[in-house]
Design a protein around this ligand. Structure first.
Ligand code: PEP
Ligand code: MN
Length: 352
């Protein structure tokens, strides 16, 4: 339910509504728009007479019941697109954002070299996994805290903000001391206790769509995070499981406009995990931006053939550098921008 206040309502009248909501054991989320404030009410059970109760409060213009299952993530609660800043990078704004880096943090040398190369080519945030969810328990599962330290070093050396995955509620505090954005992986997108924990940690959260998740379920996962107070959530389409085997997953391009029709949250595309093969990553990246995505997250490695995870889908530095101007061109064609560095540096060697 939302309580729409009249334009220019004094703060004390808004506070009275909030106080009453809390007395009822429900939670209130304030949405301060340019013109008016909306008080979103969530919690169970919502008393059937709640509408009439709030309609008579001073400053209240009208009360609307929201019938959609997801509320905080939907347009009714938040009629403006969500835009936020991560270390000087605007997420959800006019420019699209390219996040790039290795699948796994393997060493300081590998991570710093990749950070420098992707930055020079136009990426503005660095990705890298320190805790890796691997299908087999015998595969490389990440460097753990050492990986987080390396990411912090790469940030120090390049100024790029970082995003890294957290897999379990007990690691949220530690990962949160390093990362700028929490990544929730596809396999954990319906781990509700983890979603609640990151929702309390005070940092933005990227939610990778689960392998077989409906869009509504994905938005409800965002709702779990947002209900804990974190409104800076990015939804990332990374391919879903279908009958097709020539790609690792099937990029659901339609998810981009569909989510945008339902939610104010920024939507990113991960062409790497969708394609599974380097040769297809560029086309899917361009398709994501053409469909209206707010950004991309992509895997890049100094020497993909030796990568400890996801080498087959990781771009080389040269491939990534060749792709970003094409992403910028598509972004421009759909009315967005991608500030690719004007003076393109000399090619960065594969082992630089
Ligand atoms: C990753 O980003 O390396 C990753 C494991 O992604 P996903 O959770 O989408 O499979
Ligand atoms: Mn990966």
């Amino acid at each position: 339910m939302i309580v729409i206040m009249q334009p220019g309502t004094p703060r004390e009248n808004i506070n009275t509504v909030v106080q009453r909501v809390e007395e009822l054991g429900l939670s209130a989320h304030l949405i301060d728009g340019e013109e008016r404030t909306i008080v979103g009410i969530v919690g169970l059970p919502l008393p059937p007479t709640l509408d009439e109760m709030f309609e008579v409060f001073p400053g209240v213009e009208r009360v609307v019941r929201i019938t959609k299952k997801f509320k905080l993530a939907g347009w009714d609660f938040h009629p403006q697109k969500t835009v936020f800043d991560v270390r000087g990078v605007t997420i959800g704004g006019e420019d699209v954002v390219v996040i790039a880096g290795p699948c796994s943090v393997e060493s300081e040398e590998q991570t710093v070299a990749t950070a420098k190369a992707v930055k020079a080519a136009g990426a503005t945030l660095l990705r890298g996994g320190a805790y890796k969810p691997r299908t087999s328990p015998y595969e490389f599962r990440g460097l753990g805290e050492r990986g987080l330290e390396i990411l912090a070093t790469a940030r120090e050396k390049t100024g790029l903000g970082i995003i890294t995955e957290v897999m379990t509620p007990s690691d949220v505090e530690l990962v949160g001391t390093y990362t700028d954005i929490f990544q929730i992986g596809a396999r954990n997108c319906q781990n509700y206790l983890l979603l609640e924990e990151v929702g309390k940690a005070g940092k933005p959260v990227m939610l990778k769509r689960g392998l077989s998740m409906l869009i509504e379920e994905w938005l409800l996962a965002a709702e779990y995070v947002m209900a804990q107070g974190e409104s800076r959530v990015i939804l990332c389409e990374r391919g879903i499981r279908t009958f097709e085997t020539m790609t690792r997953n099937t990029l659901d391009v339609s998810a981009v406009p569909v989510v945008q029709s339902q939610s104010h949250l920024p939507v990113f595309v991960d062409p790497s995990h969708a394609a599974g093969k380097r040769a297809f990553v560029g086309a899917l990246a361009l398709a994501g931006i053409a469909a209206g995505a707010d950004g991309l997250i992509m895997e890049v490695h100094p020497n993909p053939d030796t990568a400890l995870s996801d080498g087959a889908q990781s771009l080389t530095f040269d491939e990534f550098r060749a792709l970003t101007p094409r992403i910028a061109a598509v972004a421009q064609a759909v009315g967005r921008g991608l500030p690719v560095p004007a003076a393109m540096p000399e090619p960065v060697g594969a082992t630089a």
